[in-house]
Design a binder for this molecule. Structure first.
Ligand SMILES: *Cc1c(COP(=O)(O)O)cnc(C)c1O
Length: 425
């Protein structure tokens, strides 16, 4: 079994999500829509949880990857904690039934209000990203007469070797404090009222496809743990972030498996007697979701064929934003040996950036045919917008032979009525 394993497979020539034909859901819900598999979500959470067997640990799902309440509840019921990066995510986690002591609060710009809400509602720890933020947490906690548990996010200055927009562990990135200043900043933290230092936090980036950058970062964290303990700090918890990549194509990418990542964690920090937290997002949700879309037109250009879909960049922005590749497969499996055609696969939005793939080889498709974007579960629905006044597309969750709409498509009236007209108009 590999991390690539999911529950979207062909059966007798038709794509299924677990035990439900994708075409049946499309007929009920209409396209485009996101479709998630409960079994895949749980499988990936469990892979991480088991990879850390033998260490005291908590897997905190980075819910910014996919934050529908039904997804959060599925994972929370399996024992997941949550990594949140905003007051809105904190509220979502609590609404899904996650207790405060299983929520860690990350993010570079936590506001007074967010800090107060988390301290009042319960929080496992704040991952502090700067000294000004540390001062504010100290102030808010003191005013409330409580102690805020904190780790400080260190920036280990390692190259995560991933896309520039999702690398966070180099000194030029905005995240954390330079590891070279850690002793000074921890000393400052110890001097402030209302703070309880509990550990160290690190997160070097997303979609990492090798273990080496993690190894470099975690070694530095292990060294720092010993230095800080010698300075008299209680370092009892290490938050090692998220970032393990997923295979976006079946062919040429094989990121490390959670079990190998877990072994690396044990090797680098296992001897320290710390509780370990990890914050995977993409690997839990990415291959647990597909985007289902319909061909509207097949258009012959001068030197190429365009497949125009009803899904667009506002629904799935990863190709436009990160030059991301998604495997795109027909929902009805083509006959074996059918000759393939090259398509530029695009959406209807008025931007050339609304292109999902160029020169993609596929069996011929006709208007009305359904296609599925694989690996669309993470950073898909959550990054969608209503650009071009296109409704946010529905999210659907499958479990065994059942499916449920977990976010409905808004009507045009609902969208329009969110605007308000000033009295002078
Ligand atoms: C985005 C993020 C994660 C999750 O990263 P993935 O690549 O989705 O695993 C974890 N921790 C922090 C602090 C993040 O910003």
């Amino acid at each position: 079994m590999t991390a690539a394993m999911d529950h979207f497979l062909y059966r007798d020539g038709a794509l299924f999500a677990e035990d439900v034909p994708v075409a049946e859901i499309a007929a009920t819900v209409g396209t485009p829509f996101y479709l998630y598999s409960t079994a895949t979500l749980l499988r990936h959470f469990t892979l991480f949880d088991e990879a850390l067997n033998g260490l005291p640990h908590l897997v905190c799902y980075a819910m910014k990857a996919a934050s529908n309440q039904a997804i959060l509840k599925t994972l929370a019921q399996a024992g997941a904690g949550m990594d949140v990066v905003s007051g809105g995510e904190y509220a979502r986690a609590r609404a899904a039934g996650v207790p405060g002591e299983r929520i860690v609060f990350s993010g570079v710009g936590k506001t007074h209000e967010e800090i107060r809400t988390a301290l009042t509602g319960g929080i496992r720890q704040f991952n502090v990203e700067s000294e000004p933020e540390m001062a504010v947490i100290s102030e808010v906690a003191s005013a409330l007469g409580v102690e805020a548990p904190i780790t400080i996010r260190v920036n280990p200055d390692v190259d995560a070797r991933t896309h520039a927009k999702i690398a966070t562990g180099k000194s030029e990135n905005k995240f954390g404090i330079p590891i070279s200043r850690a002793r000074e900043v921890y000393a400052h933290a110890a001097s402030l009222p209302g703070l309880k230092v509990v550990g160290i936090d690190v997160h070097i980036g997303s979609q990492l496809t090798e273990l080496e950058p993690f190894r470099l970062a975690y070694r530095k964290v292990a060294e720092l743990t010993e230095t800080l303990r010698a300075d008299g700090h209680d370092i009892e918890r290490l938050d090692l972030g998220g970032g393990l990549g997923i295979p976006y194509t079946r062919s040429n990418e094989a990121p490390p498996l959670p079990v190998e990542y877990g072994a690396l964690i044990k090797e680098t920090v296992g001897h320290l007697g710390c509780e370990v937290e990890i914050e995977p997002g993409r690997l839990i949700a990415g291959n647990a979701g597909i985007l289902v879309s319909k061909v509207i037109y097949v258009k012959q250009g001068e030197d190429r064929q365009f497949l125009i879909l009803d899904g667009a960049m506002n629904d799935l922005i990863r190709p436009a934003m990160y030059d991301a590749w998604h495997d795109i497969v027909p929902v009805i499996e083509p006959e074996a040996g059918v000759e393939q055609t090259a398509y530029d696969i695009v959406g209807p939005v008025c931007e050339s950036g609304d292109t999902f793939a160029r020169g993609r080889m596929m069996a011929p498709l006709v208007p009305g045919a359904l296609v599925a974007f694989r690996s669309a579960g993470a950073y898909g629905a959550v990054m969608a917008s209503e650009y071009n006044t296109r409704p946010l597309i529905p999210e659907v969750l499958v479990r065994d032979d059942k499916f449920a709409v977990i976010r409905a498509r808004p009507t045009f009236d609902e969208m329009i009525n969110r605007d308000t007209i000033p009295e002078w108009l």
